[in-house]
Design a protein around this ligand. Structure first.
Ligand code: HEC
Ligand code: HEC
Length: 492
C-alpha cells in the first residue's frame, strides 16, 4: 500500500499548476508550412524530461488538410513510444482505471501498480512485439476491470479482473473502416425494415447480413418497435465494435482514451476535462488538461496508418508447400467460417473523429472539420487485392463478430469470471489471424504457447471445426500450423 504522505512528492515535482499551464499554452503544436511540429516554450532546457513541451491543436490540424498528416503521424509515433512523466500529468493519484471517470474511494493510487494500473510507462512498453505497434510478451498482459466501484484491486484473481494478452495494432485503421461500413449496412437494414413495416402495416423480418457476415435477424413492427432477440454476435445498437478481445470498443479514438487513463494515468480532456467532470485535473495528478483532442488524434493517426501484417516472403520450400496445403485444410474444416480470409472494404479514407462514438470520446458532430487520412496513398495499399466491384480485400482472417468458444467439455478458454459490457463471459470476438505467426503466446489471456494448443481449445460454436482438426492426420494438422506461422508482422 502507498500511504498518503506520497502526495506532497507529486505536488512538488509538478510545481505550481498555474505556471505549468502558462508554460504549455504558449504555442500550437503544428507548423503546417514546414509540415513539422514546433515545440512550445519548455520551461527547462533541451534536456527537459517532459514529453509535452507543446500540444497538438485539433482544429489547426483538421483545417490544414493533407499537408499536416506526416507531422501528425510522426507526433503520434513519438507519443506512442513516449515515457510520460509526472510533469506531463502521468499517474492518477485520486482516480481509478474505470473507463468512465471514477474517483478512488479512499487513499492514493501508487505511481505504478501491475494490477489496477498505471501499469506501464508507454504504449510501446506493451505494443512492441515484434515491432512498434505490435503485440507484447506475457509480461505485458493487462488486468481489465470494468467495475466502476471495484476498479481498485491488488491481486490477479479473476473475480476482480480479466487478464488479457496484448493485441497487435497492425492494420488497425483498415479494421476500423471495415467495422464502420458494416455498422452503416446493418443500421440501413434496420431503417429499411422499419420503413417497410410502416408502409405495409405488416411485420417485416430482415436478415442482418453485411460483407457476407450474418448477424442474425430482426423483426420490425408497424408501430416502429423492433424485435432484437435474434441479433447475434453484435450489440443491439448494431454497432460493430472491432476492438478488444471481447469486441466491445468502437474506435481507435475511444480505445486510446481508455488506454491513456488505464495504463498511464494520462487523462484526455474530451472525457476527463471540465465538460464531463467539472475539473481540469480529475485524477489530481497536479497537471491540468494533460491530453488535448489533438494529442489523441496524433495517437489515432499513427495507429490507423500502421501497415497490415504480411505473408512471410522468404519461406523455405518445405514450409511453402506445407503452408499451401495448410491454407486448404483451414478452409476445408471450417476455420474460415469465423476466420474469414478477406472482407471487402469500399473506401480507404479514414476520418477522425469516428462516426459512431458516444459521449466522452470526441464525436464527428462536435468537430468543426474532420481529419482525413487516405490510406490508399500509403505504400501498403499496393499490396491489397481488389474484387470485381473495385473493393479492397482486407486479408484479416476475421468476421469481426463475437462467438461462443466454450462448451461443457472444451472449456480452457472459459476462465473469465466477469462479463464485460453485456457480453457473456465465454463469448469473444474472432481475433484477426493476420500476423498470428509473430504474436505468441495465444488466446485472450496468452495462456497457450503453441498454435496447436489454442486450436484444440476451441469449443462452443467452433467445436465442429476443432473436432475436424483433431480428425485430420498429424501432417495435415501440422500444415495448418505452417500456414498460420507464415502470417507475420514484419518491419516495412
Ligand atoms: C500494459 C500493457 C499495455 C499498454 C501500456 C498499452 N496497451 Fe493497448 N492493449 C493491451 C492489451 C492487453 C490489449 C487487449 C485488451 C483487451 O482485450 O481488453 C490492448 C488493446 C489495445 C487496442 C485494441 C486493439 C484491437 O485490435 O482490439 C488498442 C487500440 C490499443 N491497445 C492501443 C493502446 C495505446 C494507444 C496505448 C498507449 C496510450 C496502449 N494501448 C497501451 C496492452 C497494453
Ligand atoms: C466459431 C468461430 C470460430 C471458428 C470456427 C474457429 N475459430 Fe479460431 N478463434 C475464434 C475466437 C472467438 C477466438 C478467440 C478465443 C479466445 O481467445 O478466447 C479464436 C482464436 C483463435 C486463435 C488464437 C489467436 C490469437 O491471436 O490468440 C487461433 C490461432 C485460431 N483461432 C485458429 C483457428 C483454427 C485453425 C480454426 C479451425 C480449426 C479456428 N480457429 C476455428 C473463433 C473461431
Amino acid at each position: 500500500m502507498v500511504r498518503d504522505k506520497e502526495k506532497p512528492t507529486i505536488r512538488r515535482l509538478t510545481g505550481d499548476v498555474g505556471d505549468m499551464k502558462r508554460g504549455l499554452g504558449v504555442s500550437i503544436a503544428l507548423s503546417v508550412v514546414a509540415g513539422v511540429l514546433v515545440a512550445g516554450a519548455a520551461s527547462g532546457g533541451s534536456w527537459d524530461e517532459r514529453v509535452f513541451g507543446s500540444h497538438v491543436d485539433f482544429d489547426a490540424v483538421a483545417s490544414a488538410g493533407p499537408a499536416a498528416l506526416t507531422a501528425l503521424i510522426e507526433r503520434g509515433r513519438e507519443l506512442f513510444k513516449a515515457k510520460f512523466t509526472t510533469a506531463d500529468g502521468a499517474g492518477r493519484p485520486k482516480a481509478t482505471q474505470a473507463i468512465i471517470p471514477t474517483k478512488r474511494k479512499s487513499g492514493i493510487n501508487p505511481p505504478f501498480s501491475r494490477t489496477s494500473g498505471p501499469d506501464s510507462n508507454s504504449c510501446f512498453g506493451c505494443h512492441n512485439d515484434p515491432i512498434e505497434g505490435g503485440s507484447g510478451d506475457d509480461i505485458a498482459n493487462v488486468f481489465v476491470s470494468e467495475g466502476f466501484e471495484s476498479a481498485q484491486f491488488d491481486n490477479i484473481d479473476p473475480s476482480f479482473s480479466s487478464e488479457r494478452h496484448t493485441i497487435a495494432l497492425m492494420g488497425a485503421g483498415l479494421v476500423e473502416l471495415l467495422a464502420r461500413e458494416m455498422t452503416a449496412d446493418l443500421q440501413a437494414i434496420r431503417a429499411e425494415a422499419v420503413a417497410h413495416a410502416r408502409v405495409t402495416g405488416e411485420p417485416c423480418r430482415a436478415d442482418l447480413v453485411t460483407k457476407g457476415i450474418r448477424f442474425g435477424w430482426i423483426e420490425a413492427h408497424p408501430d416502429g418497435m423492433v424485435d432484437l432477440d435474434s441479433v447475434d454476435g453484435v450489440d443491439a445498437d448494431l454497432i460493430v465494435r472491432p476492438f478488444s478481445r471481447k469486441g466491445v470498443f468502437t474506435s481507435l479514438r475511444q480505445f486510446t482514451i481508455n488506454a491513456l487513463n488505464v495504463h498511464h494515468g494520462m487523462e484526455a480532456v474530451e472525457r476527463f476535462g471540465v465538460r464531463w467532470t467539472g475539473s481540469h485535473d480529475f485524477a489530481e495528478s497536479g497537471v491540468p488538461d494533460a491530453i488535448t483532442p489533438g494529442d489523441v488524434s496524433a495517437l489515432v493517426a499513427f495507429q490507423a496508418a500502421l501497415p497490415p501484417p504480411t505473408v512471410k516472403a522468404d519461406l523455405p520450400a518445405d514450409w511453402r508447400a506445407a503452408a499451401s496445403e495448410g491454407a486448404k485444410q483451414f478452409q476445408a474444416i471450417g476455420c474460415v467460417s469465423c476466420h474469414v480470409e478477406t472482407l471487402p472494404l469500399k473506401s480507404l479514407v479514414f476520418t477522425d473523429p469516428a462516426p459512431y462514438d458516444m459521449a466522452g470520446t470526441l464525436r464527428a458532430s462536435e468537430a468543426k472539420a474532420l481529419i482525413r487520412i487516405d490510406l490508399s496513398t500509403f505504400p501498403f495499399a499496393r499490396t491489397l487485392q481488389k474484387n470485381d466491384k473495385g473493393e479492397w480485400l482486407i486479408p484479416l482472417y476475421s468476421d469481426l463478430k463475437r462467438h461462443l468458444v466454450v462448451d461443457e467439455t472444451v472449456n480452457a478458454l472459459g476462465n473469465e469470471l466477469q462479463a464485460q459490457r453485456f457480453v457473456e463471459r465465454d463469448v469473444f470476438l474472432t481475433p484477426r489471424l493476420w500476423g498470428v505467426g509473430s504474436t505468441a503466446p495465444y488466446g485472450h489471456n496468452g495462456a497457450f504457447r503453441m498454435l496447436d494448443e489454442v486450436i484444440v481449445a476451441h469449443g462452443g460454436d467452433a467445436r465442429f471445426s476443432r473436432d475436424a482438426y483433431l480428425a485430420l492426420d498429424p501432417e495435415q494438422r501440422d500444415s495448418i500450423v505452417a500456414f498460420l506461422r507464415s502470417l507475420v508482422i514484419e518491419a516495412p
